[in-house]
Design a protein. Structure first.
Length: 255
């Protein structure tokens, strides 16, 4: 599907504007698992699929490589960065250190408006089914959006924009891993109860309890994802349904 670029106010869309739009779309597809770890990012195929030229596509791929979401292979183009269990462990540990700190500050500084926003975010998330199919995991975009909103609401009152931005970056990076193994956790883990307990502790102004529950919640997610990576199931399930025609791994293309 060609990219939808906002209408420019003066001249035609510049290569920089196109490159930014391509970067954002590719980044989103990597983070939500539609482009799986190790998948080839072939300039020719992606340019045709997105309806853009090769130049903005290459610039976008270079940005993704600089961010660590893609890797450049000498003389062979780009691939989506692999899902590395060691990197995941460091990422989860960092989240468990940083986000509970932000939550403590948010509990200490939050006003009535913050309480209302957090309570509302938790209610909206609880009302939505995590999966579109009760018998197996099928991604629900509405739940995913509400999940992000809930975690943002938890730390929104910490009054430290750089800290919030850092937490957001960590969450995005961790979500790429989470999407790969969420089917493993879905049947057995009561995520709604975890969210409700975190929100209740925060709204009760029990900062220590809220921070502890959030750290446990993040660590549990990391455990499930690590298990998925070790078992090799994420790549298998992704290849069965989510690999795009524009970026296929060598095991299906033979290239």
């Amino acid at each position: 599907m060609p990219l939808q670029i906002p209408e420019p106010t003066t001249a035609a869309a510049s290569p920089e504007t196109l490159a930014t739009a391509v970067f954002r779309r590719l980044r989103a597809e990597i983070l939500d698992g539609r482009l799986v770890p190790g998948a080839r990012l072939k300039v020719q195929d992606l340019a045709a699929s997105y309806g853009v030229g090769a130049a903005p596509l290459r610039e976008a791929l270079a940005q993704l490589a600089a961010e660590g979401l893609a890797r450049r292979i000498e003389q062979r183009g780009f691939r989506v960065a692999e899902a590395d269990p060691v990197h995941l462990a460091g990422l989860i540990r960092t989240r468990c250190l940083v986000e509970p700190l932000a939550l403590r500050e948010s509990v200490a500084r939050g006003d009535a408006a913050w309480e209302d926003a957090l309570a509302g975010a938790e209610r909206r998330l609880a009302r939505l089914p995590r999966s579109l199919d009760r018998s197996r995991y099928v991604r629900n975009p509405e739940w995913e959006a509400a999940h992000i909103a809930f975690h943002r609401a938890l730390i929104a009152a910490c009054d430290a924009p750089p800290l919030i931005a850092f937490c957001e970056r960590l969450r995005e990076e961790a979500d790429r891993y989470r999407m790969l193994a969420v089917a493993i956790a879905y049947p057995t883990r009561d995520v709604a109860a975890e969210h409700a307990a975190i929100a209740a502790a925060a709204l009760d102004r029990d900062a220590a309890r809220a921070a502890e529950l959030l750290a446990r919640h993040l660590a549990a997610t990391g455990d499930f994802v690590h298990r998925g990576l070790v078992e090799g199931r994420p790549g298998k399930t992704a290849r069965q349904g989510r690999r795009t025609a524009t970026a296929r791994s060598d095991d299906t293309t033979g290239r």
